[in-house]
Design a protein around this ligand. Sequence first.
Ligand code: HMH
Length: 219
Amino acid sequence: MTFSGELWARGGAGVYDEIVRHPFITGLTDGTLDHDAFRYFIVQDSHYLRAYSRALSLVAARATDEDAVSMFALHAANAIAVERELHSSLLGSLGLTTADVEATGSKPTTTAYMSYLTAVCATGTYAEAVAAVLPCYWIYRDVGRELLKRSSPDPVYREWIETYGSDEFDAVVESVLAVTDALDVGASERERCHQHFATTCRYEWMFWDAAYTKLDWPV
Ligand SMILES: Cc1ncc(CO)c(N)n1
C-alpha cells in the first residue's frame, strides 16, 4: 500500500465518514445550514488560511527536493490568494467585511488547529510536516467533490463547493499525494506521521462542528 493509503486507512477514512454525514456538511447541500454558521466558518477559515500559509512555507523550507520546495511555496502563496479572493467574495455575499474577521478573532478550535499545524511544521521532520498538512488538502478535495455531486440550492454555498470540487484543486491534491508517497520515512517517524495525520483529520471534523455549534471561548 502507498504511504498516503496507509495514512488514510488508519487515521482518515473513519473521520471522513463522520465529516460527510455531519449536519454542517449535509446542510450545505440540503439547504438546512443557516448563514450564521457559514459566516462563523468563513471568518474562522480566514484566520486559519493565514496560519496554513505560514505552515506550508515551513514545509517548503524543509523539503528535500526542489520540485517540492517550489510546490509548497506556491501553495503557501495560493492559500493567501484564496483568503483574499474567495473569502472576500463570500464575506461580501454574507454581508461581512475583513474588519469583522479582525474584530471576531480566532475561536478555540481554530486556535488549537493552527497551533498544532504550526508546531509540527516548525519542530517535526519534513515527513511529519507533510503528514500534518495533508488532511487539509485531501479532505477538502473529497468533500468538495462529494458536495458537487449533491449540488446546493444556495449560490453562496455553491461558490465554495465549486472551488474545492474543481479539477484545479484535484490536480493540487494529486501532486501533494505524489510527494507524500515518495517520502523516505523511518519506522519511528512513520508512527509520528500517523499521529499527526489522524490529529489534523480530527481537527478538520472539529472545525466544521465548531461552526455548526458556534463554539466560543467559555470565558
Ligand atoms: C480548516 C480548513 N482546512 C483545509 C482547507 C483547505 O485549504 C481550508 N480552507 N480550511
